[in-house]
Design a protein around this ligand. Structure first.
Ligand SMILES: C[S@@+](CC[C@H](N)C(=O)[O-])C[C@H]1O[C@@H](n2cnc3c(N)ncnc32)[C@H](O)[C@@H]1O
Length: 283
């Protein structure tokens, strides 16, 4: 089978299964399998493929047709200009989460800050922050041991392992033995925030393939924020910042949670104009 024939067949099959950008996905899967880039496919469209390559390619196409995200098939996703390994044990890093990293770097660059990343997943936030601020210390926590292994590999890949401590456990509790009460400058988190009842209506790529632990934040989506805020007050220094990503339509509920010991500095919109990144200061 020739390269252009394989791509044509795969694109058709993917489209039939409701995969958006079917041709692009077909090209990326084939290029990945051949260890080449997409321009190679264009330049060699009349070349014949080896049988083994055809088999492997259509096996991946079949998985993509079942909704498996392209990133899990390719094994990586770009985030903040860095390439991150991703497996089905971790959430695929999203572009809007880059705004959270930006907000932290804007405020803490060059200050030798101590930051905590809660629910690190692939490690994308911790690694991007450490890489942008070589003088920062980052403590990254995570409940899933499998996710922590991916995060550790991503830190190694980007040469920031010495700056980041990866700890297994619930939210900020793993910081307890470190003597960091009232010492942390900034707590960062993109927590699970999908309401249980919204899960069935999510895109199948997300609903059926990304880890439930990374998605669902209890009946209203707010469970983790409710538990994280008091813990953050315990570990942040006075004047320290909590920077969290929030879900669609959560602005009012989140504003309510920040009453009392916090002053909410603002909620930044994402690229689609959806309020997404909340920044609050411990008073
Ligand atoms: C929305 S994902 C975010 C992953 C990554 N930080 C990112 O932005 O792509 C939330 C992460 O929090 C982890 N998690 C869920 N509950 C947790 C808890 N109680 N303590 C620590 N981590 C938790 C999940 O396993 C998942 O990796």
């Amino acid at each position: 089978m020739r390269i252009h024939e394989a791509i044509g067949l795969a694109a058709e099959a993917l489209e039939e299964s409701g995969v958006p950008d079917s041709r692009l996905d077909a090209e990326r899967l084939l290029a990945f399998g051949l260890g080449k880039d997409r321009s190679y496919l264009l330049a060699h469209s009349q070349d014949c493929l080896q049988e083994a390559d055809v088999e492997r390619f259509f096996a991946r196409v079949a998985e993509r047709r079942r909704g498996k995200p392209l990133q899990y098939l390719l094994g990586f996703q770009e985030f903040c200009g860095l390439e991150f390994e991703v497996t089905p044990d971790v959430l695929i890093p999203r572009p809007e989460t880059e705004l959270l990293v930006e907000a932290a770097v804007e405020r803490f660059s060059g200050s030798g800050a101590t930051l905590a990343d809660v629910g690190t997943g692939s490690g994308c936030i911790a690694v991007a922050v450490a890489s942008a601020m070589p003088d920062a210390r980052v403590i990254a926590t995570e409940l899933s041991e499998q996710a922590l292994s991916v995060a550790r590999r991503n830190a190694l890949r980007h040469h920031v392992s010495r700056q980041i401590q990866f700890l297994a456990g619930d939210l900020l509790l793993p910081l307890s033995p470190l003597g960091l009460e009232e010492k942390v400058d900034c707590v960062l988190s993109n927590p699970p925030y999908v309401a249980e009842s919204d899960l069935p209506s999510l895109q199948r790529e997300v609903r059926d393939w990304e880890p439930r632990l990374a998605l669902v934040g209890g009946p209203s989506g707010l469970d983790i924020y409710r538990r994280l805020l008091p813990q953050a007050l315990r570990f942040l220094r006075p004047g320290g910042l909590l920077i969290v990503e929030i879900g669609y339509n959560m602005q009012r509920a989140i504003t309510g949670l920040f009453e009392g010991a916090w002053s909410l500095e603002g909620i930044r919109d994402d690229f689609r104009g959806i309020p997404r990144i909340a920044v609050a200061r411990k008073q």
